[in-house]
Design a protein around this ligand. Structure first.
Ligand code: BDR
Ligand code: CA
Length: 301
């Protein structure tokens, strides 16, 4: 399958990208950045750091997207991901992002229009770019095979407010537009991602089997994620965005529920009466997910 990834790297976004690049059944046809965990420029810098580190082949084209949510100021998640978004390591090589003249929304529309097979769009950040693409090319976006979104907290507490999840909280207006769009939408909310926890020893064991600069760097930038998740009472690190990539590749990794969701003003997702507008990931086959994730994250160098 071929996919576009829209992302705001972000520690778990970084893991999701590395996992996607190591997944044989998936071709990452293009990547777009969006403001979320950090400002969009820093998200783009982080993406180019990761491209330089991993050098996926073929190297996917990249476009930068929205600097601000549709209708409100940006709220970032630097408390979790670090001021730079990737754990504040002091020694990343300098990167010089080269970007096309078009922005992420036009890039997504162009790629969708010219794809040789229907693409899957995997959205790992606030939905601002996807909403802009819908505004500019609603019909074109309906050529997508699926849209897989990491976001929402349906029957569980939120992670930025008592009820709201970060990606939907940052840009609720965009989330409303996407949920109302009629696109084939698979939502991967906190209900599912909180099951997808990797413990430090398992990641360390995997990285020790594949020593090299990539393994060293993964260990370094995940350190902060493990620390903050531990402070919040999790026995490991929650793999929000990697789970979204995983179910894009293999939807049988989770049990789905078709339902109708609405998004409140602060990004809270709530069930509503009426025909389904998405499928929501519920129960995760955690052993199968973690086995695939750990196997593909860091190839032997
Ligand atoms: C989501 O918020 C971000 O901080 C993570 O990267 C993930 O996409 C989890 O709520
Ligand atoms: Ca993210």
């Amino acid at each position: 399958m071929q996919a576009l990834i829209d992302t705001d790297p972000g520690i778990d976004d970084a893991l999701a990208l590395l996992y996607a690049w190591g997944s044989p059944g998936l071709t990452v046809a293009g990547i777009t950045t969006v403001a979320g965990n950090v400002e969009v420029h820093d998200a783009t810098v982080n993406l180019f750091r990761l491209l330089g580190l991993r050098r996926p082949q073929p190297e996917p084209p990249v476009a930068q997207g929205a600097a601000q949510p549709l209708a409100r100021p940006l709220v970032t998640a630097k408390g979790y991901h670090g001021v730079d978004g990737l754990g504040d390591l002091p020694d990343w090589p300098a990167v010089h992002p080269s970007l096309p003249a078009i922005d992420a929304a036009d890039f997504i529309l162009d790629m969708t229009r010219h794809a040789t097979e229907p693409l899957t769009l995997i959205a790992l950040g606030p939905l601002t770019n996807v909403a802009h693409a819908l505004t500019r090319g609603h019909e074109t976006l309906h050529r997508l095979a699926r849209v897989v979104v990491m976001g929402g907290a349906v029957d569980v507490p939120g992670n930025v407010t008592p009820t709201a999840e970060f990606n939907l909280h940052v840009d609720p207006e965009a989330a409303v537009r996407v949920l109302d769009s009629g696109l084939r939408l698979d939502l991967v909310p906190l209900d599912a991602t909180r099951q997808a926890v990797v413990v430090r020893a398992d990641l360390a064991r995997t990285l020790a089997r594949r020593p090299g600069p990539l393994a060293t760097r993964i260990a370094a930038f995940t350190e902060r994620g493990f620390r903050v998740d531990a402070e919040r009472g999790t026995a490991g690190m929650i793999l929000h965005d990697p789970l979204a990539v995983a179910v894009a590749i293999d939807p049988t990794l989770v049990q789905w529920e078709s339902t109708r969701l609405t998004v409140g003003a602060d990004g809270t997702t709530r069930r509503a009466a009426g025909p389904p507008n998405c499928r929501v990931a519920r129960v995760v086959d955690v052993p199968r997910f973690l086995a695939a994730f750990l196997d593909r994250l860091c190839p032997a160098s």
